[in-house]
Design a protein around this ligand. Sequence first.
Ligand code: SF4
Length: 335
Amino acid sequence: MLGEPAYRARQVFAGVHQRRLCSFGQMTDLPGDLRAKLSERAVISTLTLESRYLSTDGTRRYLFKTHDNFPVETVFIPEDRRDTICFSSQSGCPLQCTFCLTAQLGLLRNLTAGEIVEQIIMALNDAYGVSVRTPRGTNLVGMGAGEPFLNFAELMKAIRIMAERNGLHIVPHRVTVSTAGIVPRIRDLATIADRPHLAVSLAAPTDELRNELMPINKKWPLRELLAACGDFQKSLKAGERFTFEYVMLAGVNDSDEQARNLANLLNRHELRAKVNLIPHNPAEPLAYQPSPRERVETFRGILEAKGIQAFVRRPRGRDILAACGQLAARSATGQ
Ligand code: SF4
């Protein structure tokens, strides 16, 4: 690096990732002339903050713009014992899930590993201040805009960078990546030793309904998806999580019969993953409404009675449009 010894690169890496500094000028452990040279030739951050919303429950939601003006959404969710940051892997999304606003943007572009990591740094700096040590551990979920497994190489690179001890030091064990069901990448993930946790978004217990809600199902129907999940399950190590996500849409996928079908489907494939029931965040112009609380509880009870562990995810940041894609899609359509 500029004819400097290797340890200078480690100092710069730690400055950007561990100390979360925003400019080379702040890296006072570097000689002044090196700071000046770096400032002339490189930039630390490429995302700019477009808008920021603070929920009454403490959730913070960000709309960033990339250097080439594409939207990136990130959500920071404080909890008692940890913070969770939901990051985006793509700007927009090429998949056409009918309950998701991001789908309406289409794919704008894949994010780089740097842009994925930067979302975390910017959210932590906003919540705690530049360079301030975080009081709790940070969990990450790749459930923002985009299908992470369609940007697999950059995603995995970002996860490796974030795990660095002299960087953010957020190890893969603290990261969960959610896929709409990109079967070949589920199989690839199964071969990686140091990997994030897997979550698979199901949204329907039958191909007929899933084709409608998540058209990716036409490419990889439930039989193939659940077979890949079964193979992934065989590769699980002690303490590793694997979950199914099921967004609850009133009158669409939340009946007693659908709960029984879902339980039977998972039992037939001998999948022991837990199911997270996710209250849908209603968003104009989408036609769906969230299932009423009692319906979600009944649905959960049916799953449990059939031996499937099921949990209801608490909705966060509803007052600030915290469902994935809501900010970018709204700003794109001028709402
Ligand atoms: S739910 Fe996820 S995968 Fe489906 S369109 Fe939205 S961002 Fe893409």
